[in-house]
Design a protein around this ligand. Structure first.
Ligand SMILES: [Zn+2]
Length: 466
């Protein structure tokens, strides 16, 4: 086997988590990695190894793509195959490792181990955080020292309202309940505005659509907090808030997120119960599928490319567009405010990209050049903070087609002139199990990017979709 000795950062090749390769629909075999246990016990990943493969030609690519529908124990793809030269990250179960390595070697596919033992990496990722039972760890400053539960995030939103909502200061902070998840958790949007007579435009920020992408919710919380702290303290922030109402939804998929915390760290989808059936040979379980990929569930070119019709797959688009209460509530909230919405940003992980629509086709959207100008400004500001490098471009061209995404819907249906999907840290060393020590640096740099974007958008506040 030809191993890459080079540090992973050098493999600056694309493909993000939201860009699946071509799906071949076949027998709906549930992936054991993403399967809940019968009794709801925690899933462990002892001996699981995450590999990075770089296919050099179409035959290598086709072989890798065929693993996605392997009917024995399917592989958990962290980055889907797209084209030769672009990397693919795969989480491989211990019982498949020997066969996998032999096949890769026989085909002379370039490969490297990203994470030798996933269970160990998950433990490392969570071991050093503060103790949630210690009241001193629950204060304002320590919020970003660990990945927080849905309940802790909601409490922190309440704290922000309590602390910053001030008529005297002219800063209005409100928490709106916009609906319920499948498991009846409240869905919240934080609204930040100022009491000026200026007619305002609106900016939308969301995170937590994909459960296992833990870095995204605290990043949006960090941005929100910087906006609140900066009002009347930082002239640029004051100017931003005097021009824009900010809507932030830091936890779009609370059911999936809590499931990823308590049962299966690698869970991605919602937790709605689907009518289909799944057979899991290993666990001997027969039952319905659970969950829909919320970022394939938006009603714009729904199900047209890069989304699965197989309810067992991680990119399952759902039985219909907006079948999920989470995407339904969120899109309704945005749609009725669409005339004032200037920018839509959704935060995911990982791969460090600031992407524009379209996701369903390699054609470019109406405002592509304008969106790219702003994205380039944002990522330059972001890189200046810690040197983290981002790439910009349309998601299909940077990656691969994936239809039913929220950014496509925001631009194509809600006609929001600036629409982005941001894939946060890292570039693959830790993937979804990014250590807690990255939360604050990721917040700092992403805030710098968003701030630069918002300052630029003040000058573009009357732009429309062309
Ligand atoms: Zn995602």
């Amino acid at each position: 086997m030809r191993w890459l000795v080079v540090v992973l950062a050098c493999v600056a090749l694309s493909v993000a988590e939201d860009a699946p390769g071509k799906k071949v629909e076949s027998v709906p075999v549930e992936n054991v990695v993403r399967e809940e246990t019968v009794d709801g016990q925690q899933v462990h990943f002892d001996g699981y190894t995450v590999y990075r493969l770089v296919p050099q030609d179409t035959s290598q690519l086709q072989y890798i793509a065929s693993l996605e529908t392997d009917q024995d124990v399917p592989y958990d793809f962290w980055k889907h195959p797209s084209e030769p030269g672009k990397y693919v990250d795969i989480n491989v179960a211990p019982q498949k490792k020997e066969k996998f390595e032999k096949e890769i070697e026989a085909r002379n596919i370039t490969s490297a181990v990203l994470i030798p033992d996933l269970e160990q990496e998950i433990r490392n990722c969570t071991a050093n955080g503060p103790n949630p039972d210690d009241p001193s760890d629950r204060n304002h400053e320590s919020f970003f020292l660990d990945y927080r539960s849905y309940g802790e995030i909601v409490k922190h939103l309440d704290l922000l309202v309590y602390k910053y909502n001030s008529k005297e200061k002219g800063l209005l902070v409100e928490k709106h309940k916009i609906g319920l998840s499948s498991e009846k958790r409240d869905l919240f949007v934080l609204q930040i505005t100022t009491a000026t007579t200026n007619p305002k435009k609106s900016i939308w920020l969301d995170a937590g659509m994909h459960a296992r992408e833990w870095i995204a919710p605290p990043t949006v919380m960090y941005i929100v907090e910087e906006l609140l702290k900066g009002y009347r303290e930082d002239g640029n922030v004051t100017n931003i808030l005097n021009n824009f109402t900010i809507y932030a939804m830091p936890m779009v998929n609370p059911d999936g997120y809590e499931y990823s915390r308590t049962v299966n760290r690698m869970w991605r989808k919602t937790r709605s119960v689907q009518r289909g059936f799944s057979l899991n040979g290993l666990l001997g379980r027969v039952g319905g599928c659970v969950g829909v990929d919320p970022n394939r569930n938006f009603r714009f070119q729904w199900g047209s490319a890069g989304a699965s019709t197989n309810c067992a797959m991680d990119t399952y688009a759902g039985p219909s567009a907006f079948s999920e209460p989470e995407t339904h509530a969120m899109s309704d909230f945005i749609y009725i405010r669409r005339e004032h919405m200037l920018a839509y940003l959704t935060f995911h992980a990982y791969s460090q990209m600031w992407m524009t629509p379209w996701g369903y086709t390699n054609a470019l959207p109406p405002n592509y050049n304008k969106m790219m100008e702003v994205a380039d400004k944002a990522t330059r500001a972001l890189t200046r903070v810690h040197g983290t490098r981002y790439r910009t471009g349309s998601s299909t061209n940077l990656l691969y087609a994936a239809s039913g995404g929220s950014d496509d819907w925001a631009h194509g249906v809600a006609k929001i002139p600036y629409s982005y999907t941001v894939e946060l840290r890292d570039d693959g060393r830790y993937g979804f199990v990014l250590p807690t020590s990255h939360i604050i640096p990721t917040g700092e740099e992403t805030w710098a990017g968003v701030k630069a974007m918002l300052q630029e958008l003040v000058h573009r506040r009357d732009d429309k979709v062309e």
